[in-house]
Write a protein that binds this ligand. Structure first.
Ligand code: SAM
Length: 243
């Protein structure tokens, strides 16, 4: 049985997809996707020896060697152009996810869906998708074992630029506060359309962290710190208003 987080990622795969799961670790996701009949075929990519071996073992035990190919390599280097139409990258930082996508840009031809689950730096992933004209189709947020995870699904779509522009348009909230594009990139343009308790919990805790950093910076009298404190104060004020 998959964790709730991996299950939600699996639920975002289109039936009949050809999947590459990059940074697959134990290959739980590709094995499940093929076993459940959702994926026709899957590649499990791993850059590190330990997880690569764990993935190979898992696939062999499941008797899926023909349908799940475990490959060792960095990011999208493990896939051949045109081989897959869906890519999942989960359980790493947003900056790493974005750098994997950028480094493998030539492999994205023919890929029409990305399901991404950054552990931190969700804004970096949203910014990457926006800059590279991937339409942000869906976002979800869940809490498992005391941790909060966001899952971001994007599709290639000819009208992506125009659709994203609408999605990231500055929004005025009923109380008068404004969700700027920067805030939408941080908090999620779709998540903020229907805020759940988990979303509120996440940002209340982020606000707490921010204010602690602010206080520690404020006690320094260096000019650069002062400036940083001003920025953080502005952000914390904005966040408080929109929550
Ligand atoms: N995707 C699984 C999940 O969500 O449960 C495993 C997440 S695990 C925390 C992150 C994995 O990504 C590690 O096994 C690590 O070796 C792998 N990884 C990190 N950088 C990578 C890269 N550039 N290319 C492929 N795999 C990478």
């Amino acid at each position: 049985k998959l964790s709730a987080r991996l299950q939600q990622i699996a639920d975002r795969l289109p039936v009949g997809c050809r999947l590459a799961d990059i940074g697959s670790d134990h290959a739980l996701l590709p094995v499940y996707a093929v076993q459940s009949g959702v994926a026709l075929y899957a590649v499990a990519g791993e850059v590190n020896e330990g997880p690569y071996e764990a993935a190979s073992r898992q696939v062999a035990e499941a008797g899926l060697n023909i349908k799940v190919h475990v490959r060792k390599g960095d990011g999208l280097a493990v896939i051949v152009k045109g081989e897959v139409d869906t890519i999942t990258i989960a359980g790493m930082g947003g900056a790493l996810i974005a750098s994997i996508l950028s480094a493998g840009a030539d492999k994205l031809d023919g890929v029409n869906r990305l399901v991404l689950q950054p552990n931190v730096g969700e804004d970096i992933v949203r910014r990457w998708l926006l800059d590279h004209n991937w339409f942000l189709l869906e976002e979800s947020i869940l809490e498992e074992d005391g941790k909060i995870y966001e899952i971001i699904t994007a599709v290639s779509e000819p009208e992506a630029a125009a659709l994203n522009e609408l999605l990231y348009q500055e929004r005025k909230l009923p109380g008068g506060a404004v969700l700027t594009k920067e805030l939408l990139l941080m908090m999620g343009p779709r998540l903020t359309q229907q805020p759940t308790n988990v979303l509120i919990t996440k940002w209340e805790s982020e606000l707490d962290k921010l204010n602690k950093i602010r206080k520690s910076v404020a006690s320094s009298n260096q000019e650069a710190s002062r400036e940083k404190e001003q920025q953080l104060a502005g952000l914390s004020h904005q966040l408080k208003e929109v929550l």
